[in-house]
Write a protein of this length. Structure first.
Lengths: 113, 115
């Protein structure tokens, strides 16, 4: 069965700084990988997804993520964080033979001016 | 078009009571999911419906939890004899097709508080 680990529970960065949120997955075959964001008082929104092909995927709001099979990772990055990026971020993994999507425990991002 | 709708948005109940949470998926979406979000626990998968197939109930935490989906559309999650540890936000999501490459569309959730 697939699983996801987000090692960082809480991250604080200054506005304008770069950001990297870590995600490690466990799955025997090529996974389907997703990042979702949950802003305060709002529902979950898809940031980006990876299925195959180019291992660097671009998403909305200036985010990108890189799939590294050798490290079983799918880290989320942004070169310059904005105060509006403060939210909770969830990494998720799905398997090709099932539609079940498994989420990590999330990383809460705080942005200081 | 309309997104995934969940009701009620908030529910406060006494320990031992039964509760029903409702989810209206996006029209035409064949797949429907229930997740539970507790502080520090992330999104915990509960149950998944796909068309007329038998639901995947592997995430339901106990036999007090059940869900049904009528007519392939609206779904109801029922929690019997609620306990304080059931307090959480219950999220519903739907997806347009089989295969994990289409994204989930989430509702805003039902916040359940068991007193």
């Amino acid at each position: 069965a697939q699983s996801v680990t987000q090692p960082d529970i809480h991250i604080t960065v200054s506005e304008g700084a770069s950001l990297e949120l870590r995600c490690n997955y466990s799955y025997g075959a090529t996974p389907y990988l997703f990042w979702y964001v949950q802003s305060p008082g709002q529902g979950l929104q898809l940031l980006l997804k990876y299925f195959s092909g180019d291992t660097l995927v671009q998403g909305i709001k200036g985010f990108e993520a890189e799939f590294k099979r050798s490290q079983s990772s799918f880290n989320l990055r942004k070169p310059s964080v904005h105060w509006s990026d403060a939210a909770e971020y969830f990494c998720a993994v799905g398997a090709g033979n099932t539609d079940k999507l498994i989420f990590g425990t999330g990383t809460r991002l705080q942005v200081f001016p | 078009g309309a997104g995934v709708s969940q009701s009620p948005s908030n529910k406060v109940t006494e320990k031992g009571k039964d509760v029903e949470l409702r989810c209206d998926p996006i029209s035409g979406h064949t797949a429907l999911y229930w997740y539970r979000q507790s502080l520090g626990q992330g999104l915990e998968f509960l149950i998944y419906f796909q068309g007329n197939s038998a639901p995947d109930k592997s995430g339901l935490p106990s036999d007090r939890f059940s869900a049904e989906r009528t007519g392939g559309s609206v779904s109801t999650l029922t929690i019997q004899r609620t306990q304080q540890e059931d307090s959480a936000v219950y999220l519903c999501a739907s997806r347009s097709s089989t295969g994990t490459n289409s994204p989930l569309h989430f509702g805003n959730g039902t916040r359940l508080t068991v007193t």
